[in-house]
Structure formats: structure tokens, C-alpha cells
Write a protein that binds this ligand. Structure first.
Ligand code: NAD
Ligand code: DAU
Length: 354
């Protein structure tokens, strides 16, 4: 048995691949373009492991995807690959339209062709699992209930609009062609291997370097935080037991204002790695807000809890402590990312290959 994962060298994808192979011997074909966000260093522990086949390629490359499906005959495709950073989508939306929309379209068409010629049990078992975000639902007011699966889509950034478009494509391929799809919409993740341009890892690495901790606007924007391993277990639950054509929201009931997240990170660093210069919170610096900044996200996770029995294993307190400790223990990983050295490895490993 085999699964095909896209974007498995990114933050969530690499955590998913590591967890998957820690829990089963089912082979993973990992298709990733290794953009700035893809880091094979995340998967170092799988070097020489025949259960993990890494393919450096583009999800928009239909021929490549066709070939991978035909060769490896996966029972499922789990689709993480995306341009994922809202700030980058504001500065350069083009790559988001290409990967998130065109790329999902290419995967859907390749999967449809592959699935159509499967027979019997293999055909019934096949799944296309689309990994999406809570940002497609737009922004909540302070008193609004959290996002349920039935909320209308109101994406506000180029990133969330491109993810919303991809969700609609997935839905349409199920409705029109019967492609066996499931979609998950998750809230903000945090944990190991998080690229240090997103809020939590940026605050940790900047604090350790004595650099300013840039808080956008008034810092009162609210996100709903989930430890990445809990997102991975939610995806596994939906992949195995989710109802075809359904969407499942995944979240940890952990709404926090950004400024409180930053202060929590500072307090943990004060405890675990005190700075002789003083408390890390001295570095907090308010900066101009993100254009179109969504004020509040929150996930109603009752459907996945009720129907599939999924629950997060971490509270925010346990997850954030583990995360800060992970960054303290993995300064070499951070240094490689910051220096770009993680990219050199790609040249070393792939430069001489046909
Ligand atoms: P990430 O940016 O860390 O990783 C994305 C991965 O996709 C990278 O390894 C990159 O190299 C790869 N990729 C990009 N373009 C590609 C292409 N054209 N072909 C093949 N590979 C390509 O993202 P992430 O934070 O791990 O998010 C993974 C998925 O989960 C995304 O679909 C994102 O929308 C969704 N999501 C993320 C969060 C979050 O908090 N990070 C929350 C909910 C949903
Ligand atoms: O909600 C899920 C989404 O969470 C995912 O779909 C995205 O892929 C993921 O990147 C994340 O998006 P956000 O925009 O919420 O994440 P980010 O880490 O960029 O920012 C979190 C919050 O912190 C947001 O309100 C902006 C704020 N922020 C961010 C940065 C990088 C700051 O105040 N300062 C910063 O320097």
C-alpha cells in the first residue's frame, strides 16, 4: 500500500510524513517542488528509508503526476502543497494562483484519470484528501460563533482566495465526476519545522537573536492555534473514516490574541533560556498592520469530534512549551534555514542527477 503526498517537505507536510511512517509501514511518495518553504532537512531522519520516496517536482506538471500515479498506484493522494504565507501573497500573488489553483486542478484531473481506470476495491478505496485552511471563511467579529463547515466562503487575501478556489474545484470534481474527495479546513498550526517567517517561529528566532519582535497593528487579532501533530492526526482520521464529499474543520479551541502569543513565547524563553540583557518582552515592537488583516479566526471542531472521535492531544500550554523547547534544541536547523544552507543540500543531492 502506498500514499502520494504533495508538499511533504513543508512545515505540516513533513510533520505528516514523519508521523505517518512512525505509525505505519505504508510507503509515502512525496512530491515537492522545494520552494523556499520546502526543506529536506525536515526529513533527515528518513534518509535511506525505502518507505519514503522523495520526488522533486511541480504539482502543476500533469505528466509527472500522471506518471507517479501510474507507477506507484497509491490508494490515496494527500494534498498539502501550496504557497501558504499571507504576507507573501500580498507582495506577489501570482505564485499563489499558479500553485494553489492550477496545481490543484492538475492534481484533480490526474487523479480523475487514474481513479477512473481503477477497478473494484481499489476504486472504492481511493481518496483525494485536500488540505485547506480556516481563512477561506473570512474574518469573524468578536461575538460571532466560530466557523462551522456551513459558513459561507468570504476569503479576504490573495492566499485565502486561492485556497477557496481550490476548495471549490475539489468540491466540483466530487459533485460532477464522483471523484472520492475529502477536505479539511484547519486553523493556525504551530510546532517543529515551522518556517521562521510565520508568527511563532519568527518570534522565537528573533528573540534569541536579540532582534525586534514585530507585532502587526494593535496585536489584538485572534487566531485559533493547533499543535501541528494534532492537525496530522485529524487528517489521518478524516482520510480513514471521513465521509466522501464532506469537509471537516480541524481546530483546537485555542483562540489567542497575537500579542498574548508573543508574550507567552517571551515568558517561556525567559524561563528556558534567560537573556542577561533582560526579559525578551523588551523586544516587542508594534509595526504597521498587514493590509486587509483578518481580525479573528476561530474553528468549531464539533463535527470531526462527533463523527470521527478526533480530539487534539496537546493543550496550548503543552504544545507551545514543546515548540519553544524544539527551537532551542534545534538551533542548527534554524541556522541552516536562515543562512540558506538547507538549499545547498538540494544542489549537492540533486545537481548531478538526470
Ligand atoms: P509550507 O509553505 O510550509 O509548505 C508548502 C510545501 O509545498 C513546501 O514544501 C513547498 O516546497 C511545496 N510546494 C509549493 N509549491 C509547490 C508546487 N508547485 N509543487 C509541489 N510542491 C510545492 O505550508 P504549510 O504551512 O506546511 O501548509 C501546508 C498546507 O496546509 C497548505 O495547503 C496550507 O494552505 C494548509 N494549511 C496551513 C496552515 C498553517 O497554519 N500553516 C493551517 C491550515 C491549513
Ligand atoms: O489560519 C490558518 C492560516 O494560518 C494558514 O492557512 C496559513 O497558511 C498560515 O500561514 C497562517 O496564516 P496567518 O496569516 O494567520 O499566519 P502568520 O504566522 O503569518 O500570522 C499569524 C498572525 O500574526 C497574523 O494575525 C499576523 C500576525 N503577525 C505575523 C507576522 C509574521 C504579526 O503580528 N507579526 C509578524 O511578524
Amino acid at each position: 500500500m502506498t500514499i502520494l503526498v504533495t508538499g511533504g517537505a513543508g512545515f505540516i507536510g513533513s510533520n505528516f510524513v514523519l508521523d505517518w511512517l512512525a505509525q505505519s509501514d505504508e510507503k509515502v511518495i512525496n512530491l515537492d517542488l522545494l520552494t523556499y518553504a520546502g526543506n529536506l532537512g525536515n526529513l533527515k531522519s528518513l534518509e535511506g528509508d525505502a518507505r519514503h520516496v522523495f520526488v522533486n517536482g511541480d504539482i502543476c506538471d500533469r505528466n509527472l503526476v500522471d506518471e507517479l500515479l501510474a507507477t506507484h498506484q497509491p490508494r490515496a493522494l494527500v494534498h498539502f502543497a501550496a504557497e501558504s504565507h499571507v504576507d507573501r501573497s500580498i507582495h506577489g500573488p501570482g505564485a499563489f494562483m499558479r500553485t494553489n489553483i492550477d496545481g490543484t486542478f492538475a492534481l484533480l484531473e490526474a487523479s480523475r484519470a487514474y481513479w477512473s481506470q481503477l477497478q473494484g476495491e481499489a476504486k472504492a478505496a481511493f481518496r483525494f484528501h485536500h488540505v485547506s485552511t480556516d481563512e477561506v471563511y473570512g474574518s469573524l467579529k468578536p461575538t460571532d460563533p466560530p466557523f462551522a463547515e456551513t459558513n459561507p466562503y468570504e476569503p479576504n487575501s490573495p492566499y485565502s482566495a486561492s485556497k477557496a478556489a481550490s476548495d471549490h474545484l475539489v468540491r466540483a470534481w466530487h459533485h460532477t465526476y464522483g471523484l472520492p474527495v475529502v477536505t479539511t479546513n484547519c486553523s493556525n498550526n504551530y510546532g517543529p519545522y515551522h518556517f521562521p517567517e510565520k508568527l511563532i517561529p519568527l518570534m522565537i528566532v528573533n528573540a534569541l537573536a536579540g532582534k525586534p519582535l514585530p507585532v502587526y497593528g494593535d496585536g489584538q487579532q485572534i487566531r485559533d492555534w493547533l499543535y501541528v501533530k494534532d492537525h496530522c492526526s485529524g487528517i489521518r482520521a478524516v482520510l480513514e473514516r471521513g465521509t466522501l464529499g464532506e469537509t471537516y474543520n480541524i481546530g483546537g479551541w485555542n483562540e489567542k490574541a497575537n500579542i498574548d502569543i508573543v508574550k507567552t513565547v517571551c515568558a517561556l524563553l525567559d524561563e528556558l533560556n534567560p537573556d542577561p540583557a533582560g526579559p525578551y518582552s523588551r523586544l516587542i515592537t508594534y509595526v504597521t498592520d498587514r493590509p486587509g488583516h483578518d481580525r479573528r479566526y476561530a474553528i468549531d471542531a464539533r463535527k470531526i469530534e462527533r463523527e470521527l472521535g478526533w480530539r487534539p492531544a496537546e493543550t496550548f500550554d503543552t504544545g507551545i512549551r514543546k515548540t519553544v523547547q524544539w527551537y532551542l534544541d534545534n538551533s542548527a536547523w534554524v541556522a541552516d534555514v536562515q543562512s540558506g544552507a538547507y538549499k545547498d543540500w538540494i544542489g549537492t543531492n540533486y545537481g548531478g542527477r538526470a
